[in-house]
Design a protein around this ligand. Sequence first.
Ligand code: HEC
Length: 152
Amino acid sequence: MKHALIAALLGTSTLFASAPAFAQAKPEDVIKYRQGLYQVVGWQNRTMGSMVKGQAPFDAAEFSRAAEIVSLMAAVAPGAFAPGSDKGAPTRAKPEIWSDAAGFKKAMDTFQAESAKLAQIAKGAKDVDAVRSQYGALVKSCGACHDNFRTK
Ligand code: HEC
């Protein structure tokens, strides 16, 4: 019964129209939001990466803030993949995001867990060695999702 209802909803645009957070959002706006969100993630990631690579001196407060922002972005990122936002503007999001929803959720869950863990560790970090390994785990979660769910 429940499944039949879901199937019926999926067959129409009702599902997208009735998703509360996106009731008014056009697909191209969702795509813009998504790309802006990942630009923030990328920018903050570079800040942390340059410290981990020794290209910039370790600044605990700045690193911690960057980790916190990435973690916050990860927390809201699922909302940037609203059904229907697979097209409507140029996007590198692969159709598998929606066709393999379980696989995508796993990649997203890992991203959220690793970024939250890094933000936690970064709070008390005295030097770059304290964050190095968890930063590596976060970057691995970026690559895992990009490999499967983002076009080159
Ligand atoms: C759960 C999946 C997922 C994770 C995890 C993820 N990304 Fe992405 N990322 C994407 C997808 C999908 C796009 C393409 C968005 C589009 O074009 O609509 C993207 C796009 C980007 C972009 C390009 C944004 C633009 O200008 O359009 C950057 C930069 C980026 N990601 C960096 C990162 C970094 C750094 C991390 C980890 C800290 C990360 N991403 C983690 C899925 C992910």
